[in-house]
Write a protein that binds this ligand. Sequence first.
Ligand SMILES: C[S@@+](CC[C@H](N)C(=O)[O-])C[C@H]1O[C@@H](n2cnc3c(N)ncnc32)[C@H](O)[C@@H]1O
Length: 398
Amino acid sequence: MKLQSAELPLPLPSSEERENIQPLVNQICAEIDKHDGKLDFTKFMEMALYTPNLGYYASNKAIFGEQGDFVTAPELSPLFSRCLAKQAEEVLSQLDGEADILEFGAGAGTMACDILMELDTLNCLPRKYFISELSSTLRKRQQTRIATYAPHLLDRVSWLDELPESFTGVMLGNEILDAIPTHRVRFNKNSEHEQLFVGYENNQLTWVGCKPENDILISEMDKTFEKFGQNMPDRYETEININSMQWIQKISRTLKQGLALFIDYGFTESEFFRPERSDGTLMCHYKHFAHSDPLTHIGLQDITSHVNFTAIAEVAFDNDMTISGFTNQTYFLVGCGLEGLLSEIDINDTKQFIRETQPVKVLILPDEMGELFKVIGLTKNFDQDLMGFRAKNLLERL
Ligand SMILES: C[S@@+](CC[C@H](N)C(=O)[O-])C[C@H]1O[C@@H](n2cnc3c(N)ncnc32)[C@H](O)[C@@H]1O
């Protein structure tokens, strides 16, 4: 998503919005009570985003685009998805027609629709285009999008309730890893590190720091502190996303042959745990304002954390995947032939030319999405070079 910092005060929800979210706030407070006044932040994030009918992604809010809270790359320009389609084509064509696509977290369905249309033009459609989507509201939006813009391809699309046992082909996820509920922690100089839970006091949700309770989290915290603790200031707050690591584990078990490609905003671990990032990487979005407080605007704002790509690569490697590529969004799109696609736009129709090329600047300029957004390519039983990493593979930075 395009990030804008909240230099102006965050807009307040309307009284109607406040009324609508009260049942969700009540459910969260009841959970806090059930857990002795402190709710695990992963559970809080899950409830705020995915509680049926009430959570941010489960409600009927606009979410994407100008009327919503943020804009993602596929919503900005179809050229993003067309580049991904070219990368998918390169892999699918090596797998002798026995391959599918599986997209995680398809949002408004724009990327699925544009990829399918491009692959149709390239005469390289997958057998099936599976979508794994947590939100039933968004599933319906995705169906409508494809039925409207590519009705002849709708039959190829299936929505999955569970990961298949085995999968051959291309897995794709744009801005899915940032949406996976994360743990939040605080490192203290005296080594009495804390896990940050959510509690409430005087009608306000608050952070509650306690001894960590989860063994996997404790072990990840120890490893992180050993590596980066020396330079961290006291009371250094950050995120450790063990759910995303476990999710990658599951994916690597499912992928038998092919590519899993994830695009998201984030850093390598040494950038992620830089001393000056002492308030962590949480990023919330409400009406195009980005800020770092997940305990406000519950159910009305998106809550995300930046991705630690080194952690993702390590889990993938430990689970028999090859880390075939890591680069930023600009290099990836260039590698997939962005320039060629741009050259197809008629420069003599100035208005149209500007309309189509302006959003591409947002995708590739370093102070927009070009540098912060990274792409990681994980493969199994697939040894070919991938075009998206040919312009520049930054694997050594992981
Ligand atoms: C920030 S949105 C990105 C949407 C879309 N990929 C795009 O780029 O516009 C995150 C999406 O991931 C979905 N999601 C989050 N966690 C998921 C999971 N574990 N499995 C499947 N979908 C998930 C959300 O419901 C939402 O559709």
